[in-house]
Design a protein around this ligand. Structure first.
Ligand SMILES: [Mg+2]
Ligand SMILES: [Zn+2]
Ligand SMILES: [Zn+2]
Length: 277
């Protein structure tokens, strides 16, 4: 049995080699350091023998097997888009439906807090024999999309076209937001600063330039829980609140905390999230 993470976030890029894997690794590291349960997936990957494996880099951070992050039969040994690499090497090319159902069936038995799914190439790059990255994202039906973009020249064009494609494919909607992540952003660079302001103020995109802000954005995709009654805060009217009592439920997941009382101390921990809150 496989349980879908509470927040599935697709990591897309405005182009290939824009830093999707670096951003995914940084996001996962930060989440792990903050005691969030994270899984990472790379539906298909391709590259030459000397290219680093995205799946291996992600697996190191999440503590999963890299064959779970990307299955062996979805790895292609030449640096081309996956369906093209399959064609070039005589391997069967995947379909969108196959990739999406492999991801859906690969999650762990206990729902993680965040599942990161890194696409291959740019949003419009071929992802399967019958669709591009946006089509794959649509089939995965994420709760949010992080669009990794360059911070410098050309990024406004690339971001606008990528978001238009994601919207056209039905991935980004009123309920499924996109976060534009300006990778390698340098606040001392006048163009970077102007790109950020333009995208945020004129185009009304939500823009992040650091990993901490992107993590906060991902966590906020799903409401936290009430520490007194365990329900999502959006479903609790506050009538449960007893301000002098310690929390009895984990605010991250709503599980009942395991309470240990000794003459010297009182501890309440969640079996997934520990005592962090
Ligand atoms: Mg990558
Ligand atoms: Zn409550
Ligand atoms: Zn918890």
């Amino acid at each position: 049995m496989s349980a879908r993470p509470h927040r599935v976030v697709v990591i897309a890029g405005t182009a290939t080699d824009i830093g999707k894997t670096w951003v995914s690794v940084e996001l996962a590291s930060r989440l792990v350091a903050d005691s969030w349960a994270v899984e990472a997936r790379k539906p298909a990957q391709s590259g030459g023998p000397d290219d680093p494996s995205d799946a291996a880099l992600l697996a190191v951070v999440t503590g999963e097997s890299d064959l779970v992050v990307c299955p062996a039969h979805r790895r292609y040994p030449v640096p081309m888009a996956p369906p093209m690499a399959a064609e070039a090497t005589g391997l069967p090319a995947p379909t969108i439906e196959e990739l999406a159902s492999e991801v859906a069936g690969s999650w762990g038995v206990r729902a993680a807090d965040v599942g990161l799914v890194e696409l291959a190439g740019g949003v419009g790059s071929p992802a399967a024999s019958d669709g591009d990255g946006a089509a794959l994202a649509a089939a995965i039906a994420p709760d949010g999309v992080v669009l990794v973009a360059d911070a410098g020249l050309g990024t406004i064009n690339a971001v606008r076209l990528s978001v238009a494609r994601l919207t056209d494919a039905g991935v980004v909607t009123e309920d499924v937001p996109v976060l534009v992540f300006l990778n390698r952003y340098d606040d001392d660079d006048d163009l970077h600063r102007r790109n950020r302001v333009w995208l945020a103020d004129r185009d009304r995109f939500t823009v992040a330039v650091d990993v901490a802000a992107a993590v906060d954005w991902m966590i906020a995709l799903v409401p936290m829980h009430c520490g007194y009654c365990g329900r999502p805060v959006t479903e609790c009217d506050g009538a449960c609140a007893r301000p002098l009592d310690p929390d009895r439920f984990c605010v991250r997941c709503g599980r009942r905390l395991v309470v240990r009382v000794s003459p010297a101390s009182h501890s309440a921990t969640c079996k997934v999230h520990g005592s962090s809150r």
